[in-house]
Design a protein around this ligand. Structure first.
Ligand code: OSB
Ligand code: MG
Length: 371
């Protein structure tokens, strides 16, 4: 496959709501979009890094720096056999997986378009309609949270995830379960607790949650294994699973019963597939996590969610939950059943709205192949 150029764009997108987690708040996204172009087709990817290094070590500016300085020059210098093998080109780069994952995803979209196939089928996806859940941030009051839950359920979403932190957990869940005793419910702590809180976390067992996501440190496996021994609620790991090795080790020591896979966190589709296969063999169910993506990243999440071990509803929701106007056409829509019908058009199955993207762009750089 012959690339002609790669373009990085930073776009700014104001969110429709403030999203609060145990590690911070987001209202305005700064998103890097990666466009790869050659052989008469273009592919698009999204870097899912946050505005600051609080979910993981990356942020929008580190991703721009690493891509433009170390990764893109290499990719334009060497021939590319396939998207599946492309990550070998930047193998010497340690970490920075959201940066490289955005480029890798663009190469997959490009390859799928060149082959006239859907991205879902190219990665080996089989599911035609994916189940959707929503992630609801920490609210100012419990009443507000209860209202948000009611409106998401009315929109059809199949499960509710609420963010928790010390001081916003047991009492809040008491109120949620009082009002919604039967709703499929889970919580995400984004590493807000330590193993010393195990007695407190044990109190969550009475809410028969589907899972508790990432209760302990972002880079820990061992304490999660100890906690999983102590509580009945299944632990789902998010932040802690960055490589295939982490998934293998988590399975081996029983650090979790569920793993959420995020394309950026693991550095793209190739790594995501390896982790997926490991989880399938270890009988650990997967679901697709979200990073408040624009339509480009959202479209990639839809494709990823079609792999067969993605059996639980993901945090992949409709464009209109996040944005006044998304950067793709059509926008990602959710059925009244709370699902997304997977497009079978070529590539990611949604077209980048380049005119709108251009209006949102605050920085742009094109790197041309000189071979
Ligand atoms: O931990 O899953 C998370 C958003 C930003 C950073 C981390 C997380 C999240 C979400 C939102 O939960 C998921 C979404 O709706 O995109
Ligand atoms: Mg999470």
């Amino acid at each position: 496959m012959k690339l002609d150029f790669i373009t990085l764009r930073e776009i700014r997108m104001p969110m429709l709501f403030r999203f609060e987690t145990s590690f911070g708040q987001t209202t305005d996204r700064r998103i890097i979009l990666v466009e790869v172009s050659g052989e008469g087709a273009a592919g698009w990817g999204e870097v899912t890094a946050g505005e600051g290094p609080f979910y993981n070590e990356e942020d929008t500016d580190t991703a721009w720096h690493v891509l433009s300085t170390f990764v893109i020059p290499k990719v334009l210098d060497e021939p590319i056999q396939s998207a599946a093998s492309a990550s070998g080109l930047w193998e010497p780069v340690r970490g920075h997986r959201m940066a490289t994952g955005g480029l890798e995803a663009a190469l997959w979209d490009w390859e799928a378009r060149l082959a006239g196939r859907s991205l879902s089928s190219l990665i080996g996806g089989t599911v035609r309609e994916i189940p959707c859940g929503v992630s609801i941030g920490i609210q100012s009051t419990v009443e507000q949270l209860l209202e948000r839950i009611a409106s998401e359920l009315a929109a059809g979403y199949q499960r509710i995830k609420i963010k928790i932190k010390p001081g916003w957990d047991v009492e809040v869940l008491d109120r949620v379960r009082e009002k919604f005793p039967r709703v499929p419910l889970m919580v995400d702590a984004n590493s807000a607790y330590t193993l010393a809180d195990r007695g407190h976390l044990k109190l969550l067992d009475r809410f028969y949650l589907m899972m508790i996501e990432q209760p302990l440190a972002h880079d820990d496996l061992l304490d999660h294994a100890k906690l999983q021994q102590y509580i009945d609620t299944p632990i789902c790991l998010d932040e802690s699973i960055r490589t295939l090795r982490h998934a293998e080790q988590a399975a081996e020591i029983g650090a979790c019963r569920i793993i959420n896979i995020k394309l950026g966190r693991v550095g793209g589709f190739s790594n995501a597939r390896h982790i997926h296969d490991c989880c399938r063999d270890a009988k650990i169910p997967n679901w697709c996590g979200g990073m408040l993506e624009s339509g480009i990243g959202r479209a990639h999440n839809v494709a990823l969610s079609t792999l067969p071990n993605f059996v639980l509803p993901g945090d992949v929701a409709a464009s209109k939950r996040y944005w006044k106007r998304d950067v793709i056409t059509p926008e990602v829509e959710v059925t009244p059943r709370g699902s997304i019908e997977v497009p079978d058009r070529p590539g990611m199955g949604y077209e980048p709205d380049t005119a709108h993207i251009e209006r949102l762009t605050i920085r742009k750089e094109t790197f041309t192949c000189r071979r």
